[in-house]
Design a binder for this molecule. Structure first.
Ligand SMILES: Cc1cc2nc3c(=O)[nH]c(=O)nc-3n(C[C@H](O)[C@H](O)[C@H](O)COP(=O)(O)OP(=O)(O)OC[C@H]3O[C@@H](n4cnc5c(N)ncnc54)[C@H](O)[C@@H]3O)c2cc1C
Length: 390
């Protein structure tokens, strides 16, 4: 097989074409209306589910397609390159790795077929807390074992899609930091069935943000979680979640590549058709070069996203590459967004062009799921061996 062959194989061209066809049913007007109303794209998520895209990573024996992460990345990229937003449903893909790699056979049998059929939604990922922020090891939500269940108390913040999910993958402390065997020990992962939560044990408040993201704060008050919902070993949760976070970073990076492609295509088309001073603005190198630079930046980041996904799929260590991919792709999409606004002049700010919406949406990825500073810190300290700052 030549390099070109292996590259086109890895492109998932058929999947990409199907996703593009589905996304064509959900044009800019659809996303604009939802953005205005801060409403959840239920029809879009239902269509993706029906077409099987959200079950891409679920093994065939449980009713999914058993595809690698690179295929999920292609799906998310295409949604974004089509002008849509995968944030409404990407968690089902990135939390999947934790369940697939660390869940037991009974848990997979119980949840995966229903998720694959679209009867169960696994869209909420409860890690961030108001007082600990990026310092995940300092989270304060506790899960205390009592006979056959755990009692969970605490608060999560920015738990996206909690109102549109049946299950939440939750990280909580089961052993105090002082008593934990290691610095990263003592945290555990649970798959919480929010439909079974009794009375006020889960309270969800929406948080309105600069873009339409369905994010929330979640209060957990004596929430009873059956012990059988613990994923893997008690106390090993941080390690499991880290693997899921690598998947999350790679998928978000793929979304950023999709955004960058959308901005570049939009700017290129406009630069060809917009006439000022009696000629297309794209004839001016002052307009051309930023578009070309954004394209170069996007292509370089795209290579790193593919490398990270390939390593993840080969079950090889990919922490550095997942972080690099997320950093480079988020910067590429942000730079492409700036360029696209500039190319459109005043129209870059007009709602009907969708640019200002996509600009706001892609800005999130400078901060979530991990901020740029924390990626740089990871690279400096874990990859380059510089002294630890925290
Ligand atoms: C719309 C949205 C959706 C989200 N969805 C989810 C979700 O579904 N689930 C979930 O668990 N979380 C979610 N998050 C949370 C997100 O992952 C966090 O916002 C992000 O990790 C940053 O944490 P923080 O906001 O607490 O910032 P902080 O940790 O308070 O950091 C604030 C600033 O200080 C910088 N900083 C902090 N410490 C250092 C340091 N040591 N060195 C250098 N700089 C530092 C950071 O880079 C950042 O710029 C979401 C956030 C948003 C805004």
């Amino acid at each position: 097989m030549t390099n070109a062959d292996s590259r086109s194989d890895y492109d998932h061209a058929e999947i990409r074409a199907s996703v593009r066809a589905l996304c064509a049913e959900f044009p800019g007007e659809y996303w604009r209306r939802l953005d205005r109303e801060r409403a959840y794209p239920s029809e879009f998520v239902a269509a993706l589910t029906k077409a099987g895209f959200l079950a891409a990573l679920i093994p065939e024996q449980y009713g999914g397609s058993g595809l690698p992460l690179s295929a999920a990345a292609a799906i998310m990229e295409e949604i974004h390159a089509s002008g849509g937003n995968g944030a409404a449903c990407h968690a089902q893909m990135y939390t999947m790795g934790t369940l697939l790699r660390h869940g037991n056979a009974a848990q997979k049998q119980r949840w995966l077929p229903a998720i694959a059929k679209g009867e169960l939604r696994l869209q909420a990922f409860g890690v961030t807390e108001p007082t600990s922020g990026s310092d995940t090891l300092s989270l304060r939500t506790t899960a205390v074992r009592e006979r056959d269940h755990y009692l969970v108390n605490g608060q999560k913040i920015f738990t996206s899609r909690a109102e549109y999910s049946d299950l939440m993958m939750l990280l909580a402390r089961t052993t105090s930091r002082e008593q934990a065997k290691s610095r990263t020990g003592g945290l555990s992962v649970f798959l919480v069935d929010m439909r079974l939560a009794q009375g006020p044990s889960i309270k969800i408040n929406p948080i309105r943000t600069m873009m339409n993201h369905a994010t929330t704060e979640v209060f957990l008050d004596d929430l009873c979680v059956p012990a059988e919902n613990l994923i893997g070993q008690e106390g090993e949760g941080f390690r499991y979640i880290l693997a899921g976070m690598n998947a999350e970073r790679i998928l978000i990076a793929a979304e950023c590549i999709g955004d960058a492609k959308w901005f570049i295509a939009k700017a290129t088309a406009y630069a060809k058709e917009r006439n000022v001073f009696g000629r297309p603005i794209g004839k001016n190198q002052g307009v051309q070069f930023p578009i070309a630079r954004a394209y170069a930046q996007m292509r370089a980041a795209e290579l790193m996203v593919r490398e990270a996904a390939a390593l993840y799929d080969a079950e090889r260590e990919c922490g550095a590459e997942a972080n690099l991919a997320k950093l480079l792709a988020a910067d590429a999409s942000r730079a492409a967004a700036d360029m696209c606004v500039q190319t459109h002049g005043g129209f870059g700010f007009a709602e009907e062009f969708d640019i200002e919406r996509k600009f706001r949406e892609t800005s999130l990825y400078q901060v979530a799921p991990i901020s740029t500073n924390l990626v740089l810190s990871y690279l400096a300290e874990h990859v380059l061996g510089l002294p630890r700052s925290y």
